[in-house]
Ligand binder design. Structure first.
Ligand SMILES: Nc1ncnc2c1ncn2[C@@H]1O[C@H](COP(=O)(O)OP(=O)(O)OP(=O)(O)O)[C@@H](O)[C@H]1O
Length: 445
């Protein structure tokens, strides 16, 4: 059989550049007594990029191996345009599905170009040498993955990240309608991560159906059309990134508290995870935060994800802290940017501060518009201070304001931002035991 016959075969079998649908139907799979996949069903539409996310051991690699045909499920099936991948010979399935495994270590020392050329084997008869079409596909794949300059180097002498791109080049050269990628960006630097996922998006735009396990949730949200969240071998969520990456879903599956917000630059979901405070003793009272910018945003997010009732303000609409408060749904006193606080706003702040157990001043910038707020802070029962700039370098609206702020520094616990939860918890414990001011060791951020 000639190479041309094989390609004709492909066309007859409907295997070619045409986009295909991957259907996983009720797949269960166990390793001995360990049940890893339990009744997984999902359909990956033609030309769709689906990201599989989930904690370590959730079954992502096992699912990908079932999709590529490497593992046969105990029950259920995986079909590509109606063809059961487990009924195909390995050669036939290699013309349908290419795989970039998690572990790209290769146990031989061929030049990079030869490794990429192995991707053409499913298209050739066993003993034929590469034809011009094969060679062109290899050069295209080397170019697209920016590995052409490595083409003559032995594969065991390139870096882990370079090897990962070479293995992706091999999969691209394979020219399959379905690509299965297991952590395709795991060993790549940030620049190559972006470059690789943009390349995957181009492959998808050309009609490939791509399914990839991706640990980095932010990259998954940014590049995938759809995410499937696996937890304990089952599909916990399946849908557009915004509907899958929610604080609740991540808390349930990853056992971590997380704040999910749109990234101001990319507009896609950005996940900031915090260790779950399973043993922490949440502060029973509300904590009020006065401040703005990234410091106040971080404090609000950290306290809120620890289960503490948090309020914020006054803060200008559009400020990062106001945006964070809005996205996690906490009460926030928002004001017009650059306007002087009105009596009603001051009164609102007074109520929030007076009734809170702890008030956190987080990079509280004092200016002419909010100077009056300093007086209101007098009502705070306990103060925690977070400052990202030395006091000496800070501007205050006049010496009276500076003096008053200084008096707060004397009575507050001052901690780096990442210790805010410790500080708030310590104040709470101290108050309940009626002990004198607690001290928190202050370490640099
Ligand atoms: N060949 C195997 N034999 C026995 N158990 C296995 C085998 N492969 C995987 N497992 C087990 O199956 C479970 C799921 O593994 P899998 O590699 O699919 O998870 P994963 O979600 O890809 O994890 P990670 O994020 O760590 O890569 C794990 O408990 C793992 O130890």
């Amino acid at each position: 059989m000639t190479d041309a016959d094989h390609r004709d075969d492909d066309r007859e079998a409907g295997v070619g550049p045409d986009p295909v649908t991957v259907s996983v139907d009720g797949c269960s799979l166990a390793f001995g007594d360990l049940s890893v996949l339990e009744g997984i069903s999902l359909t990956i539409e033609p030309g769709e990029f689906v990201g599989i996310i989930g904690p370590n051991g959730a079954g992502k690699t096992t699912l990908l191996r079932a999709i590529s045909g490497a593992l046969t499920p105990d029950t259920g099936s995986v079909t590509i345009d109606g063809i059961d991948v487990h009924d195909l010979s390995s050669r036939a399935s290699s013309r349908l599905v290419s795989v970039v495994p998690q572990d790209t270590t290769l146990s031989f020392s061929f030049p990079v170009r030869d490794v990429v050329e192995m991707g053409r084997q499913p298209h050739r008869s066993r003993f034929s040498s590469p034809d011009p079409e094969d060679r062109a596909a290899v050069e295209r794949a080397l170019e697209r993955t920016r590995t052409a300059e490595l083409a003559d180097r032995p594969i065991d002498e390139v870096s882990g990240g370079q090897r990962q791109r070479v293995v992706l080049a091999q999969a691209i050269a394979q020219e399959t309608p379905v690509m299965v990628l297991d952590e395709p960006t795991a060993s790549l630097d940030v620049n190559h991560q972006i470059e690789t996922l943009e390349l995957v998006r181009d492959l998808v735009a050309e009609g490939r159906t791509v399914v990839a396990a991706i640990h980095d949730l932010n990259l998954a949200a940014r590049y995938c059309d759809r995410l499937v969240l696996l937890a304990d071998g089952a599909v916990a969520r399946d849908g557009p990134p915004a509907s899958v990456l929610t604080g609740d879903a991540l808390a349930a599956s990853f056992d971590a508290n997380a704040v999910v917000m749109p990234n101001p630059v990319t507009g896609t979901e950005t996940v900031t995870a915090f260790r779950a405070d399973r043993h922490a003793d949440p502060h029973p009272e509300r904590v009020h935060v006065v401040g703005s910018g990234a410091a106040a945003a971080g404090v609000v997010a950290r306290l809120s994800t620890a289960g503490i009732d948090v309020t914020l303000g006054p803060v200008s609409s559009g400020d990062a802290a106001a945006e964070t408060a809005r996205s996690i749904g906490i009460e926030c006193l928002e004001t017009e940017p650059f306007a002087t606080l009105s009596p009603a706003e001051l009164e609102g702040a007074e109520t929030l501060i007076r009734d809170a157990g702890v008030t956190v001043l987080a990079d509280f910038v004092v200016g002419p518009g909010n100077r009056a707020l300093l007086e209101v802070v007098d009502d705070a029962e306990s103060l925690v201070l977070i400052e990202t700039r030395p006091f000496e370098e800070r501007n205050f609206a006049g010496s009276a304001a500076r003096n008053r702020y200084e008096s707060y520094r004397e009575r507050a616990i001052e901690v780096p931002r990442r210790r805010v939860l410790d500080a708030v918890t310590a104040v709470g414990k101290n108050r309940s035991q009626s002990q004198p001011s607690p001290s928190i060791e202050s370490t640099d951020e």
